[in-house]
Design a protein around this ligand. Structure first.
Ligand code: ATP
Ligand code: MG
Length: 465
């Protein structure tokens, strides 16, 4: 809990009632390695000192103080009513447990609007014409209106908004304040859930669930005229390209062209001879090792061999960054590791040693370990080489899913044209120390640059064999 968390607000998280359309309790569904309940409670506790869960005592008592419905099985309105009746404060923020994209800034904004509108019994956002009653502020007095409706057999909450003073926060206003509709995205159906979590799934569903939200203007990563030589050997000779936030760029090129060297320059393991290297929006060209360590918290690299600790189990490998960087108890660590291993599809390998795993599985574990540090960006060096075609496909799907679900910025170094076509928003082609092509995979298909054509044609030959 933050020590500046508000004490004049109660936050009630609706976790039960009729919200379990998925056959399992939504609250315990895992997203990004943590249950929806844990995520929502953490967020709520960063905003208010008084956080409750509305739902079954049996299920939720270990996690927060629980409020149970007075009018049972009446959906969200019943939950809101119970929350308000149990509350000690005038201001009440009601949150659905299944909105993992809400942010503290957004909740604080909502509360600020509520404080500015003392006459309103409900302060509620409306996006794309739809009310967001499960991410709204209610004054305690609203309980009476809710009770009237429920007693009269009416469950529909929207109808009540015509009968009491409401402060509507319209889409335009939200956008002006810097928020997008993505904060309201929720997980409602088994299909949406699968699309967020299953290790192999059909892309169309994924794309419907999440879309990049705000168009970014500043590159997250940039090479500006970067040169690097080893002795006489000039590897990079004035290479420039950039990667926008949330974008996936594939770096292609022949063996020895400097692809891995480029990644090492980004991580600060090597230093450029000239030019500028921008990482996480900062010019890191002259950063000290200490400064780079801060950058490496945001940007992590998945090495070709996984670079796992051989003497630690899979689970302990993934737990490593959690122990290093975050103040978590053993139970929390266990849960996060479990979620991450599930996310990359190797949950049952938890107690094995890296030497027991295939190359592809090692790489999956390395990806889970990279994710444990909650990076903004992942750099992958040849994620699909030296594994069988099925594993290559699974790893490719996994990288694509992470990009979409977590909005991760990524660079993927690869020889694998199919992987580049699957993943890349843009492709950077290196040849003889220079960038000879930058563009989308579709543009690459049409490129007339001879080396690019050669690469494409060789790949076609390979596919035909
Ligand atoms: N630390 C180093 N010291 C000396 N030479 C190096 C060093 N790192 C890389 N090189 C050289 O730089 C060149 C580019 O290497 P790099 O590993 O980036 O190639 P690559 O494009 O990743 O190739 P591959 O596709 O085979 O992985 C190679 O000639 C390599 O021998
Ligand atoms: Mg390499």
């Amino acid at each position: 809990m933050r020590n500046d968390a508000a004490s004049d607000v109660t936050i009630s998280v609706l976790a039960g009632g009729k919200s379990t359309r998925m056959g399992t309790d939504k609250a315990f569904v895992e997203f990004e390695g943590r249950t929806l309940l844990a995520r929502t409670l953490d967020l709520a506790r960063s905003v208010s000192a008084d956080v409750r869960v509305v739902g079954s005592t049996e299920k939720f008592a270990p996690f927060a103080s629980v409020v149970t419905d007075i009018f049972r099985d009446r959906g969200p309105l019943g939950g809101i009513h119970a929350a308000l009746r149990a509350s000690q404060t005038d201001l009440n923020l009601i949150l659905a447990v299944d909105m993992p994209f809400l942010t503290r800034a957004f909740l604080e904004y909502l509360l600020e609007q509520a404080r500015k509108a003392p006459e309103a019994l409900v302060v509620i956002p409306r996006f794309d014409g739809g009310w967001q009653p499960l991410c709204a502020v209610y004054r305690r007095e609203f309980a009476a209106a809710a009770e009237n409706a429920l007693s009269a057999g009416r469950n529909k909450i929207d109808l009540l908004f015509d009968t009491v003073p409401v402060r509507v926060i319209e889409q335009g206003e939200l956008e002006k304040a810097g928020f997008s509709s993505s904060v309201f995205r929720n997980l409602n159906t088994q299909q949406e859930l699968n699309s967020m979590q299953a290790p192999h799934l059909d892309l169309q569903v994924k794309l419907e669930v999440t879309q990049p939200t705000t168009p970014a203007t500043k590159p997250y990563i940039e090479f500006y005229e970067v040169s690097k030589a080893f002795g006489e050997k000039k590897v990079l000779d004035g290479v420039s390209f950039n990667v926008m936030p949330g974008e996936t760029v594939c770096i292609l090129g022949r063996s020895g062209v400097g692809k891995s060297v480029s990644l090492q320059l980004l991580m600060g393991f090597l230093k450029a001879d000239s030019g500028h290297v921008i990482v996480a929006g900062e010019d890191v060209t002259d950063f000290s090792e200490e400064q780079m360590e801060a950058i490496r918290k945001k940007v992590t690299m998945v090495f070709q061999n996984g670079a796992l600790f051989d003497s630690l189990t899979v689970g302990e490998n993934v737990a490593f960054p959690l122990r290093e960087t975050r103040d978590l108890n053993e139970r929390q660590i266990y849960e996060i590791v479990d979620g991450l291993l599930k996310m990359v599809g190797v949950q049952e390998m938890r107690d094995l040693l890296p030497s027991d795993l295939s190359t592809g599985m090692k790489r999956s574990v390395a990806i889970a370990r990279a994710l444990a540090a909650r990076p903004e960006c992942i750099l992958y060096d040849e994620p699909t080489t030296m594994v069988d075609p099925l594993m290559a496909q699974l790893l490719g799907d996994l990288i694509k899913r992470l990009k979409i679900q977590l909005n991760l910025t990524s660079i993927v170094v690869t020889h694998d044209m199919r992987l580049a076509q699957k993943l890349a928003d843009r492709v950077v082609f290196l040849h003889e120390g220079r960038t000879i092509f930058v563009g989308t995979p579709a543009e690459m298909e049409k490129s007339t640059v001879p080396i690019v054509r050669e690469f494409l044609e060789l790949d076609e030959v390979k596919l035909e064999v």
